[in-house]
Design a protein around this ligand. Structure first.
Ligand SMILES: C[S@@+](CC[C@H](N)C(=O)[O-])C[C@H]1O[C@@H](n2cnc3c(N)ncnc32)[C@H](O)[C@@H]1O
Length: 283
């Protein structure tokens, strides 16, 4: 375009376009949800890459360990409390209870073989003379955190990590739940970390705070995410501690990750608690 009027128009259009883009970027930076989005994908460490490269011929369905199974002495509770009872305190539902969660997917919230089984399991594996230290990867609103605080026989320490990706206020609700229980029971301490379990700084924070007697893995449900958490958990586990992995019988990537972690010797023993989605126990 050679005429000066046309060039001016072109320059003005470029300025307007640049201004709109700059304003859109500035606006996006003021939106809290944008600020919270981390890098889109976790990066596998060399040891996790090794697990991903294992050929199918090297992977086997794990056989439950007789020693671990006997030690857990799992007994199906004969008259378990309902989920509603477990999450009610002084006639009120704890803040973790979200009515909108009732009826989700397979109705995990009120299934009699889900939280009521965790309740029985924590009663069994907690130390009567405490403290029992639980790390949970994937907190949501704190359902497991609440069950653990109430079921454990002695004092407890709960550490939870969650980036608040499913629910923006998940950790607020978990915090309110655990504070409410702490003022009532006076036996549970806790710390909540907002972040991804694959974040190096989060992993360092956990290493400074560990080791843990129990680690419940229930965060990222992809094969890569699960492998990262299984590899992290073995480094954070106290001697004789147990790693618990939810959804073993429900999400194929989870049993796949467990097979790989056993093939590489990250864990040596496997047992299965028959919750509705299968709770794998490793050590
Ligand atoms: C199935 S929910 C956890 C439910 C919880 N364990 C309970 O039953 O009380 C999964 C949670 O994992 C979180 N999450 C997803 N990716 C994660 C990661 N890389 N690290 C930690 N948490 C993660 C989600 O934000 C979500 O709150």
């Amino acid at each position: 375009m050679n005429n000066p009027r046309g060039q001016k128009l072109k320059a003005a259009a470029t300025r307007i376009k640049g201004g709109v883009v700059r304003r859109a970027i500035r606006w996006s930076q003021t939106q809290p949800e944008w600020a919270q989005v981390g890098p889109p994908h976790p990066r596998p460490t060399p040891v996790v890459e090794q697990a991903l490269r294992l050929s199918p011929a090297m992977l086997h369905d794990p056989t439950p360990s007789p020693a671990l199974t006997a030690e857990l002495a799992w007994q199906t509770p004969s008259d378990p409390p309902s989920s509603q009872e477990l999450f009610r305190l002084d006639g009120e539902m704890l803040p973790c209870w979200q009515e909108s969660d009732v009826g989700l997917y397979d109705d995990w919230l009120i299934n009699p073989t889900y939280y009521p089984y965790y309740d029985a399991f924590f009663q069994q594996v907690s130390k009567p003379d405490g403290p029992t230290r639980l790390l949970e990867i994937g907190v949501r609103t704190g359902y497991i955190a609440a069950i653990f605080a109430r079921a454990a026989r002695g004092r407890t320490m709960y550490v939870g990590v969650d980036p608040n990706v499913y629910l923006r206020n998940g950790l607020d609700l978990a915090s309110a739940t655990l504070q409410r229980l702490r003022s009532e029971l006076n036996t549970n301490e806790f710390a909540l970390i907002e972040g991804f379990s694959w974040d190096v700084d989060v992993q360092k924070t956990l290493a400074y705070s560990g080791p843990f007697d129990l680690i419940h893995i229930d965060g990222d449900h992809t094969l890569l995410g699960k492998l990262i958490d299984l590899e992290l958990a073995r480094r954070l586990l106290a001697p004789g501690g147990l790693v618990l992995v939810d959804d073993y019988s429900y999400h194929p990537p989870i049993s796949d990750a467990i097979r790989r972690s056993l093939a590489l010797g990250w864990y040596h023993e496997f047992a299965l608690i028959p919750t509705m989605r299968g709770l794998a126990v490793l050590r």
